[in-house]
Design a protein around this ligand. Structure first.
Ligand code: ADP
Ligand code: ADP
Length: 228
């Protein structure tokens, strides 16, 4: 589904962020990228939706070299969830969730119904929370809206950059479990960045353990932890 072939990135100032990345993520698989700050996890992920272009190697999505796909078209196939969700503050939760369907040309009624469905899916009652504004939600609830919005166009691929980092530990564990339940029904191909090894192990079908600029281990959670 997603295939990295000898991918490297050197930023214009000469910083080598990643080098020789070669790995594959299967369809419907959730892969966690884990490692200390500055080891190249975010760079890896942002290359998948062409927010960053690799300086060497290539990335294939569904067998297609993404450098040949128009970035706007590519991003419709790839949902993106970030730590500071970036909801529009002056739009209601429902309108925020309906942004993508509206952008891709759905009629207003259909976009609304889809947004209600999605809020329900992430555990927010659309009647209660749909009319609210982002500032009226807790951090955890905003994060759920971010997930709902990323799922709106039903992209096969989901990129998540420290999606649960901004909430307290109790809410984090609940959100992780809720996302796993959601994932067991929607079965997206997911890349999830975290610096928390426990989160990586709890959530990943496979784990990419980063050292400086490269993947040092790529395996199932049990193998990464050294248990048979
Ligand atoms: P992580 O997500 O693991 O914290 P990043 O991918 O953000 O790591 O960063 C990898 C390396 O690339 C770091 O050394 C970082 O300082 C550097 N880097 C990231 N973005 C830029 C940039 N725009 N220009 C120069 N160097 C960058
Ligand atoms: P979560 O575990 O999802 O982060 P919290 O424990 O932070 O939730 O919040 C609990 C309840 O408090 C939620 O139902 C939320 O609606 C409400 N709440 C939190 N912050 C605000 C706010 N700024 N304005 C109104 N309600 C809020």
């Amino acid at each position: 589904m997603i295939r990295f072939e000898q991918v490297g990135k050197v930023y214009p100032d000469g910083t080598s962020a990643v080098d020789g990345l070669t790995f594959e993520v299967g369809r419907g698989e959730l892969v966690t990228l884990v490692g200390p700050s500055g080891c190249g996890k975010t760079t890896t992920m942002m290359m998948v939706n062409r927010l960053i272009e690799p300086t060497s190697g290539r990335i294939l999505v569904d067998g297609e070299d993404i450098s040949t796909i128009d970035p706007v078209r590519l991003r419709r196939r790839i949902g993106y969830v970030i730590q500071q969700v970036g909801l529009f503050p002056h739009r209601t939760v429902l309108d925020n969730t309906a942004t993508v369907p509206a952008l891709v040309g759905w009629k207003r009624g259909r976009a609304r119904r889809r947004a209600e469905e999605l809020l329900d899916l992430v555990g927010l009652d659309p009647k209660t929370y749909g009319p609210r504004y982002p500032a009226q939600l807790s951090g955890g609830q905003r994060q759920r809206v971010g997930v709902a919005r990323a799922l709106a166009a039903d992209p096969p691929v989901l990129l998540m950059d420290e999606p649960f980092a901004a909430v307290d530990p109790v809410a984090r564990e609940r959100l992780q479990n809720e996302f796993l339940t959601l994932q067991s029904t929607v079965r997206k191909t997911v890349l999830l960045v975290t610096h928390d090894i426990e989160e990586a192990v709890r959530m990943g079908d496979r784990i990419a353990v980063y050292g400086k600029g490269r993947i040092e281990q790529y395996d199932r959670p049990g193998a990464v932890l050294g248990t048979p």
